[in-house]
Design a protein around this ligand. Sequence first.
Ligand SMILES: [Zn+2]
Length: 314
Amino acid sequence: MRIVLLGAPGSGKGTQSKLLIEKYKIPQISTGDLLRAAVAAGSDLGRKAKAAMDAGQLVSDDVVLGMIQERLSKPDARAGFILDGFPRNIPQAQALDAMLARLSQPLQLALLVDVDTEVLMKRLTGRRTCSNSSCGAIYNIYFSAPKAPGKCDKCGSNLAHRSDDNENTVRSRLQVYEQQTAPLVSYYKAQGKLRTVRGTGSVNEIFKNVTDIIEVQMRPLAAAMSAAQAAAAKSAPPAKSVKPAKKPAPAKAAAKPAAKPAAKPAAKKPAAKKPAPKKKPAPKPKKKAVKKTAPKKAKKPAKKKSAPKAKKKK
Ligand SMILES: [Zn+2]
């Protein structure tokens, strides 16, 4: 599974990510980790990143994408990956899509872990940490309060309230998150790749919903997509060098019709069998009068939608 994780600070997406890593044996790719590793390794991209950081600038998207691409070439990312913390804006999301299209590894899922702002506020501002560093127990005065206020249940040390957990700081952090994420949510929704899971309840309940999304909705879709790709590869064995450029288009077209009728994965099967008709709708202009060859075969309204959407996407 190739997943982008979206969720506010305090949404618990980090916990869900860990569970996903375990269950699906795919790595989480964190751009912060990649940057640190590249700088430490002194790689070409690492030197560029270090130069930018030393100059007090943001590391350019090109450098970050280059690092992600390098990371994706490692064997452990063959079955997929979880991207967390990237992309943060639409240009980054577009650049990521372009890069993944070149690799024929388009994103399959943008998973939003959604939690109401007021709950996030309590989760973040209510946090208290044991000041005894060898204990480090964590409490929340709203959800998991210590028995004696301000004292650690385990070791009796005082509990500390981090200064960046105060209400104003947290609220502005959440606002920044909201501003960054809202456009990305729309972006992936338009691609039919966004799924939202409520980030409240027990960790296991949330994870059950996450895996349901993957198993019931995304997996069958992914299977249909690779079947379509395999069929396309079979039908034209020679022109290998030309292929990669063409692949992303049918893959995306396949993603769209299936995204709507999420409830019936069966509908995706026929789509996989006939990759050929998919190529026709794409070049077809809006005019209905001239030719009616292409859309004739489309049996579902969902299918027709893929044509105008595909045109709009870039
Ligand atoms: Zn303690």
